[in-house]
Design a protein around this ligand. Structure first.
Ligand code: IMP
Ligand code: MG
Length: 198
């Protein structure tokens, strides 16, 4: 291995034809929305954006479990500055009215947020409801800044109180799986983002 490939951290995944992908467990593929290569290129660019956006201060990247686990792990390796990583586990609950969107933290980061740049990392923003509540909650812990980074944004919510600062892709209004996104906990390990025939 050459020193440069060591620094890059060469990765090799098996090449699988998405039309006959055993990981899809017999479900029919409608289309590949973002290929693994497209995602990798976009994540690299996002990493550069984040590196540039935080010239100083302490940075804590907080991934929302479980959907962000692959995105976060690829993204942090594209950010070329010191940072810390932690996770959040959130449970949405509340009354039946969909608009209430209360959130509860099932796992609270061990690391203190005070005085740090906090970057919340999410797989996909749909209504954005959970995220908006979460920003309110974490904002009380006196971070230096608090921003959101999402791999995918469906732009369904017309006006979010806390806009998403870093977006990977403006996603179509389809149900998507892969690269961390699940359907009933399946398909998270699929290395591309796909839409399945329902
Ligand atoms: P929101 O609070 O409505 O923005 O919901 C966001 C969460 O819903 C995401 O973190 C996902 O877990 C889930 N979600 C929304 N859209 C999709 C999708 O297309 N595929 C898989 N999960 C989704
Ligand atoms: Mg989910």
């Amino acid at each position: 291995m050459t020193p440069s490939s060591q620094a890059r951290g060469a990765r090799h995944y098996p090449l699988v034809d998405p039309a006959h992908d055993p990981r899809l467990a017999g479900r029919k593929l409608r289309r590949v929305v973002y290929s693994g290569q497209e995602i990798a290129a976009r994540v690299a660019a996002l990493g550069q954006e984040i590196t540039t956006a935080y010239p100083d201060g302490e940075l804590l990247m907080l991934g929302l479990l479980k959907g962000s686990f692959i995105f976060l792990s690829d993204l942090v390796r594209q950010v070329i500055r010191p940072l810390q990583v932690d996770f959040l586990v959130v449970s949405s609950y509340g009354d039946a009215t969909v608009s209430s969107g209360n959130v509860r933290l099932l796992y609270d980061p061990e690391t203190s947020l005070e005085g740090k740049h906090i970057l919340l990392v999410e797989d996909i923003v749909d209504s954005g409801r959970t995220l908006q509540k979460l920003v309110g909650l974490l904002g009380e812990r006196r971070p230096r800044s608090l921003e959101i980074c999402a791999l995918l944004h469906k732009h369904i919510a017309s006006h979010l109180e806390h806009p998403v600062r870093f977006v990977g892709f403006d996603a179509p209004e389809e149900f998507l799986v892969g690269y961390g996104l699940d359907h009933a906990e399946h398909f998270r390990h699929v290395p591309y983002v796909a839409s399945l025939v329902s």
